[in-house]
Structures are given as C-alpha cells and as structure tokens.
Write a protein that binds this ligand. Structure first.
Ligand code: PAF
Length: 291
C-alpha cells in the first residue's frame, strides 16, 4: 500500500484583534519568532516572495490582508481595489504555519477612523505623497496599528513601494518600535513590468504600454555614468509622447534621506518613477551608482 500523500494543513484565517493577540502570546510562549507581512490582499508572486522571506525569518508568520480606507484619498480607487480573500488564502496554502489576519474595517476602526494619526513628515509629502495627499499618514497609521497588534520581530515590505519602505523604517526608528524592517526585491514580469495588484486594471493595450516605466528605469541605469542630469533627461525621455502613459515624476533620490540628489551627487542613488497608465497609477524604482 502506498503511504498517504501528506495534506498541507489549511491556512488559518482570523479576523479579530483578540485572536491575533492570543496567537502572538502562544507563539512567544513557544519561543517562536514572529514575522508580519502587511498586505492589502490581491496577492501575486511579489507578495508570495515576501511570505517566502518571512518564512525564513521566523517560525510564526502572520500575513495581514486589509484594504485600509485611511490611505485612500477622495476619488482614489478604494471601492474598486480588488478584494480576493478566498484566492489569497488559496495562494498561501503552499506555506506551512502561515496565519492570515483579515480584519473588517469595523474591527480596525471601531469608531469609524482614529483620532490619532502617524504623520509621515517631509518625505511623506513628496512624490507619491504629493500625488496622494494624506496617503502616507494613513499607511503609517495602519502599519503602526498592525505592529502594535502583532508585535513582530520582523515586518517584511516590498521594494517596489520604496518610499513606503523608507517611511516605515523612519517610523520604527523615530518611535523606537522594536521591529526590524526587511525589504524584499521587486518581482517582475518577463518584459520588466513590476508586479502590482493594480496591474489587473490594465487593458491589453495599457498592459503593453505599462512597460514604459521599467524601460525608463533601464535607460536611467544605462545613463548613470553620465550623471544625474542625463539620467533625469533620458529617463523621462523614455516616455516620449505616449498617449496611454502619462509620466508623473521621475526623480533621483538619496536612499539615506529620500530627498532629490544634487547634480554632482556621487554614490548609490534610487530612481523613482510614477505614471498614469490609462486610469491606473503605477510606480517603480531602481538603484543606480553615480560616480
Ligand atoms: O503596501 C501595502 O499593501 C499597504 O500600503 C500596507 C503596507 C499593507 C498598509 O496598508
């Protein structure tokens, strides 16, 4: 007789803060490291790479799935943001010992919102923050709540949202939160497009045009030896006068401060790009060395 095929235990989904606190207490009592992967769901291979890294970093992995109203402005895509909990849970079935924390809006914001907000500061008002006022305050507020609920040793974020990762790191440093922030590289389609939950909004024509962002970044990488001014000019030039893709910004920032670099900057820098592809806002980034 053949031995029975092992069946992976189903992924546990919990929706109450009290239940997560209990899970965290039990994990701590067993001496387990706790790792949080905060997400808004609509999981793709990029998210799964964060969970894979989380698995390496601790025994108890909590994937939060919560579309946070606080980080969406009026007229943004809160209502149409994909909510695919069943598919997300199925996608996580490949991992052992992963718990999904999927609270309702009422569970996270019982009085409708919060009186207390985390303020993202100077960098929070730039780039994505300039296009989406209040976005980073709302993002940091929910991340602070998630860190408070799960008290993880490590929290894992994707590099595609480089400004978000910078601001989360700044928050845990400024507020002495005892969590290490781990940043995992962007996962890309074969043609270079960075994976994003918003890619599913793209029409076929927009999907083709969306590669302009990663092409602009490749151009920036290839012109880095010519200096900042050339990177900016050539990178933005990659957008040409594309009808379907409207460049919002392409900037070169110092990864230590996230402020734009001067023309004579030398060293490692981050190139950030954002564009509207049809109605869909996409962002991407890369690292260059300016000598
Ligand atoms: O990157 C995201 O999905 C969100 O901004 C986050 C970090 C889960 C907070 O809502």
């Amino acid at each position: 007789m053949n031995p029975p095929t092992p069946v992976a235990p189903p992924v546990a989904v919990i929706s109450s803060i009290a239940a997560v606190r209990e899970l965290v207490r039990d994990a701590r009592a067993s001496g387990h490291g706790i790792v949080l992967v905060p997400t808004m769901g609509a999981l793709h291979a990029g998210h799964l790479s964060l969970v894979r890294r989380a698995r390496e970093l601790g025994e108890t992995v909590i994937v939060s799935i919560f579309v946070n109203p606080l980080q969406f402005g009026a007229g943004e895509d809160l209502d149409r943001y994909p909510r695919t909990l069943d598919a997300d849970v199925a996608a996580l079935a490949e991992f052992d010992d992963v718990t999904v924390f999927a609270p309702s809006v009422d569970e996270m914001y019982p009085s409708g919102s919060t009186q207390t907000r985390v303020v993202a500061g100077r960098v929070g008002a730039l780039y994505e923050g300039a296009a989406r006022p209040g976005h980073f305050d709302g993002m940091l507020t929910v991340v602070a709540k998630l860190l408070g609920i799960t008290r993880p040793d490590v929290a894992v974020f994707g590099r595609k949202d480089a400004q978000q990762a910078f601001l989360v790191q700044q928050m845990v440093t400024d507020l002495d939160i005892a969590t290490t922030i781990e940043v995992v590289d962007t996962v890309r389609e074969l043609d270079g497009l960075a994976l994003s939950s918003r890619n599913r909004f793209l029409s076929d024509a927009e999907r083709l045009a969306a590669t302009t962002l990663s092409e602009a970044l490749r151009t920036a990488e290839n012109t880095a030896f010519e200096g900042v001014a050339e990177v900016l000019a050539e990178g933005a030039g990659a957008f040409g006068d594309h009808d379907a893709v409207k460049l919002d910004y392409l900037v070169v920032v110092d990864p230590a401060t996230f402020l734009p670099v001067d023309d004579d900057f030398r060293g490692t820098a981050t190139v950030l790009v954002a564009a509207l592809v049809g109605e869909t806002r996409l962002i991407d980034n890369t690292t260059i060395t300016l000598n």
